[in-house]
Ligand binder design. Structure first.
Ligand code: OAD
Length: 251
């Protein structure tokens, strides 16, 4: 693997010839839109809490009001952000190639940029279900800042159970449909872009290995080295909003 702070010609050539591009994105893809990554320190009411400790069934069972309010804070924060040039470049790319996004992110920035094939491996901040009977919840949610103490989640219209975010918590199984679509997209593309992920959380972090074993060129975009860097064809020490528009323009 070569690490590079600019895009080597061979990477531009690979992208130029590719008819199908798959993108595995992580929290670093949303960072330049102002959404903190999982390993960033949090802010405000939540700065004392580690995101990874809140996104768990144990945290929910211990204090559903607190976890629900944390997700409403994230819901509100994401609604106030906008897709950046990297998201927009991926959406534009659809006009000249098949582009499939396989994301670990629960925000909707890829969709708001205009990407039409997006698979959410870890669910979505904007989908909700009953924690008891899994019935989908489609009413509005109140994501305004809780003034005093955390507020309770809404109740299920079918069984009266508590409504939870339809996201994957640590220790929970990934939804099969996006996972199978993600494996298919990585297994059959001409080039895989691995953007803004620390490569620490499986099974998502195992997807680049599928491309590597098939000899599919893999381009990592991350200012930092990750455990995935060495199995990528090239690792660009660049940000998503910088590198993706350059790659998309090479078409
Ligand atoms: P992380 O927060 O673990 O990693 C973010 C990565 O993005 C890091 O490697 C950063 O170096 C990189 N990064 C930061 N800014 C960037 C930028 N502007 N452009 C490109 N890269 C940038 O987030 P994830 O790898 O997505 O799981 O975390 C994976 C999973 O761990 C999450 O989906 C979540 C968490 O536990 C669940 O919720 C199940």
């Amino acid at each position: 693997m070569a690490a590079s702070s600019s895009i080597p010609d061979f990477a531009l050539e690979v992208v130029k010839k590719a008819d199908s591009i798959t993108v595995l994105s992580g929290a670093g893809m949303s960072a330049e839109s102002g959404v903190p990554t999982f390993r960033d320190a949090q802010t405000g009411l939540w700065e004392r809490f580690d995101a990874a400790a809140l996104a768990t069934p144990e945290a929910w069972n211990r204090d559903p009001d607190f976890v629900w309010s944390w997700y409403m804070w994230r819901h509100h924060l994401v609604r106030a952000t906008a897709p950046h040039a990297g998201h927009l470049a991926l959406a534009q790319w659809e006009h000249s190639a098949d582009v499939t996004i396989v994301t670990q992110n629960v925000d909707d920035l890829h969709e708001r940029a205009g990407s039409s094939h997006v698979h959410h491996l870890h669910g979505s901040l904007f989908h909700f279900r009953c924690a008891q009977c899994s019935f989908a919840y489609s009413d509005e949610v109140d994501d305004s800042e809780p003034h005093e103490s955390p507020r309770p989640p809404p109740r299920c219209q079918r069984c009266g159970g508590q409504i939870r975010p339809d996201v994957v918590w640590f220790g929970e199984m990934l939804p099969s449909k996006p996972w199978e679509a993600g494996v298919q997209a990585v297994d059959s593309c001409d080039v895989l872009l691995v953007v803004g992920t620390s490569g620490l959380v499986y099974p998502a972090a195992g997807l680049p290995q599928i491309a590597h074993e098939k000899g599919i060129p893999t381009i990592e975009i991350n200012p930092d080295e990750t455990p995935l860097s060495r199995e990528c064809t090239v690792s660009l020490r660049m940000s998503a909003a910088t590198a993706l528009p350059i790659l998309a323009r090479s078409r």
